[in-house]
Design a protein around this ligand. Structure first.
Ligand code: UDP
Ligand code: MG
Length: 323
């Protein structure tokens, strides 16, 4: 049997509405897994407060004070979901034999944790939770998600369909993940790059049981853009292709104009001229923009700013505590 200390890492941003219930359910889950011997007594739920403005941290502090199965990590500012998760994973590194990442709203079915841990014990280092249906999503979210996967597929990035950030990593997979120093982190793109033995566990995703989504449309689009730009240079190549295409067209047009000139028909439409100036101007700006997006990311990367800043970590390292 492999070593079996489990850390469940839960990023929380303004989650006071869901936290007490989430803590209650996760504690029950830890207890049942401990009873069946699948996980060890030092297993924990580690809540990461991602710079919340509500009572999230005080709730977490209360939980950690009354029960050593809960740990808390407070970030000094809102680092964003991916970095909050990374902060929690970094804290779990060296303490856990396996980590599971899970959203605070319990949209991801926690019953799947049993299967995750089973897969770990049968040798998997990376276990992906994959949604078996998207029925609880709005039509809009389903449509945009589908378009995103199609686009990522076309651009050649390898991501697991319908898998978000609900996954298990073994200690060595986690160590490998922490080697990546991406300033724009898109975990679901990085994890497939790790290799190792992988397994997938299907689960049904529920609706949030309280509180609101912390991913409004703007954040969702920014996240999708990070996914595309940090995993594919294909858009830059498309720009080159577009440039070549426009050049070839202009050469053809030049020949056409030459023929017109030679045949004496030189009075041509003003509209065509204006149209093409605007069209080409637009395309150039777009291409500059795409190139700029990459340059901006390089800029961020070379500055090597810390990706998150820890303000406090509460973890009671007591041995042999029972629930
Ligand atoms: N989250 C976070 N920092 C942020 C935004 C979100 O830690 O800046 C957390 C949030 O508390 C939740 C998870 O990331 O645990 C996923 O967010 P949410 O459930 O709001 O997204 P959705 O499920 O609607 O895509
Ligand atoms: Mg959610």
């Amino acid at each position: 049997m492999r070593h079996n200390t489990l850390y469940i890492v839960v990023p929380c941003y303004n989650e006071e509405a869901v936290l007490p219930e989430t803590a209650r359910r996760l504690k029950a889950k830890l207890a049942s897994l401990q009873q069946s011997g699948q996980i060890g007594p030092n297993s924990r739920v580690l809540f990461v407060d991602d710079g919340s403005k509500d009572a999230t941290w005080s709730l977490i502090s209360d939980l950690t004070a009354e029960d050593s199965h809960f740990g808390g990590l407070k970030l000094a500012h809102n680092a964003g979901h991916q970095f909050a998760l990374l902060a929690g994973l970094t804290a779990a590194h060296g303490r856990a034999d396996m980590v599971i990442s899970l959203d605070a709203d319990l949209q991801d079915d926690i019953e799947a944790i049993d299967d995750f841990v089973d897969a770990y014990h049968t040798g998997a280092d990376v276990v992906y939770g994959v949604r078996s249906s998207r029925e609880t999503d709005t039509r809009f979210k389903r449509g945009t998600a589908e378009a995103f996967y199609k686009l990522m597929g076309l651009l050649g990035a390898d991501i697991v369909r319908n898998h978000a950030d609900y996954r298990l990593l073994s200690a060595r997979a986690l160590a490998a993940l922490l080697e990546f120093e991406e300033a724009d982190l898109f975990l679901r793109g990085v994890v497939p790059l790790l290799g190792f033995n992988t397994a997938t566990v299907p689960y049904v995703r529920h609706e949030r049981f309280a509180g609101e989504s912390k991913y409004p449309l703007k954040k969702m689009l920014a996240f999708a853009l990070d996914g595309i730009l940090s995993f594919s240079v294909q858009p830059l190549r498309l720009i080159t292709g577009l440039g070549i295409l426009i050049f070839v067209c202009s050469v053809i047009a030049l020949f056409y104009l030459l023929i017109l000139k030679l045949s004496g028909n030189t009075v041509e439409g003003w509209a065509t001229l204006m149209g093409s100036i605007w069209a080409i101007g637009g395309i150039q700006l777009l291409c500059l923009g795409v190139t700029g997006e990459y340059v901006g990311r390089i800029y961020k990367q070379v500055k090597k700013r810390p990706r998150f800043i820890v303000e406090a970590l509460t973890l009671t390292e007591k041995q042999e505590v029972s629930l």
